[in-house]
Design a protein around this ligand. Structure first.
Ligand SMILES: [Zn+2]
Length: 384
């Protein structure tokens, strides 16, 4: 039992609480309140919020409390278990119609296990009306229904929902724990260490860096930008390069998903030949609109990752400038030691701090819908 919680990396205190909940869920007379019907998993991106929720779901439906090997566990983790409903939103928002259908399904009795579990991966994307509809279901839960919501932080969900759920906060896993995880997946130790360190505890990003050489090359190219910016012209060039890379990345991802989604949707509307009913055409138009805004968001997400990488570069520079001992232990981007040393020699710590601040401000501006190219150009000029 509880083996399924080994999928959670470096989250001992969360696992403790979940084990207690499983324990008391098995005993209907248990009044220790270990088990409740609505949970909210929060934690920084990459910390494993949805893994935690799905592992808990598996442990609730597994006859052996989460053995991680039976069919219940495997299908629950994949979101395909008959009594586990996984809401994985690709769109920007989760709408009220979607939530209403969900509530209906959630009220059914479990078919093969003791619980019916609903996992909502992006509870922060619930529209206000969807959130209010969900609130009603959470306030009057079915005896055997468990709601597991995930969101980056508490402030990302409606306060009313927050107050009705039990919150578990995941922490950023340590570099060492992430490296061990990658090595368990047969990634060589050196590459695992590098990827874990470069991604600063973001498990998904670490995995991507470890498995995708293209992602590693793009990261290196971005981290070399600061040393390439010497004047206004090179600053604009660097900005264009960064934004183009982000667009390219979003394009690759969109191409992979958009056509299939449209195809599936048309099929769902029973397309005959090329003739689509009025409702079907409207649905396709709506999907296309949503895909367009998703692609815009992907450009911003990618830029954000790139900017975070750049902050770690300047952080390394600052450490060298402040005469840190044992550089090898504290520097994140060891593969760019040459660039870091060079930059720390020709600039002052004060300048480095100002640059880090400029990057962080650009991230905020981008999250407030600033034009990406103009925001990045302004940044690069400041990084000269
Ligand atoms: Zn199992």
């Amino acid at each position: 039992m509880y083996e399924v919680f080994n999928n959670l990396i470096d989250q001992d205190s969360v696992v403790e609480v979940l084990k207690e909940a499983i324990e008391s869920s098995k005993n209907d007379l248990d009044d220790s309140q270990g088990m409740t019907h609505a949970w909210l998993f929060t934690g920084p991106p990459g910390s494993g919020r949805s893994t935690a929720a799905l592992s808990f779901a598996a442990a609730l439906v597994c006859p052996n409390s989460g053995c991680d090997s039976c069919n219940h566990c495997r299908t629950a983790l994949a979101g395909s278990h008959a009594d586990v409903e996984l809401v994985r939103s690709e769109g920007l928002t989760i709408k009220i119609d979607e939530v209403r259908e969900l509530i209906t399904r959630a009220s059914w009795s479990p078919s093969v296990s003791n619980y019916r579990v609903v996992v909502i991966e992006d509870a922060d994307r619930l529209t206000e009306s969807a959130g209010n509809a969900l609130l009603k279901a959470i306030e009057e839960p079915g005896l055997r229904t468990v709601w597991l919501l995930c969101a980056p932080t508490l402030s990302d969900v409606l306060p009313t929902i927050r107050s009705r759920t039990r919150n578990l906060t995941l922490r950023t896993p340590s570099t060492k724990a992430v490296s061990i995880l990658l090595q368990r997946a047969s990634i060589p130790a050196e590459l695992a260490d590098f990827s874990a360190r470069a991604s600063q505890g973001h498990i998904g990003r670490a995995r991507r860096l470890a498995l995708d050489e293209g992602a590693r090359n793009r990261r290196t190219a971005i981290l070399k930008l600061p040393t390439a910016i010497t004047d206004i012209a090179s600053a604009f060039k660097a900005a264009a390069l960064l934004v183009d890379a982000a667009k390219k990345e979003a394009e690759i991802e969109s191409d992979r998903r958009d056509d299939k989604e449209i195809h599936d949707l048309k099929e769902a509307w029973g397309q005959q030949g090329s003739k689509l009913s009025q409702g079907g055409s409207k649905a396709v138009k709506e999907l296309e609109k949503e895909q367009k805004s998703r692609s815009t968001r992907m450009v911003r997400d990618y830029l954000d990752i790139a900017l975070l990488d750049m902050v770690t570069f300047y952080r390394d520079v600052l450490l060298v400038q402040s005469d840190a001992t044992d550089i090898a232990d504290v520097i994140i981007n060891m593969d760019l030691e040459y660039e870091i040393m060079k930059m720390s020699a020709i600039t002052t710590a004060e300048q480095t701090l100002r640059k880090m601040d400029a990057i962080m401000r650009t991230r905020v501006n981008l999250s407030h819908n600033a034009n990406p190219l103009i925001a990045v150009e302004a940044l690069m000029v400041q990084l000269r």
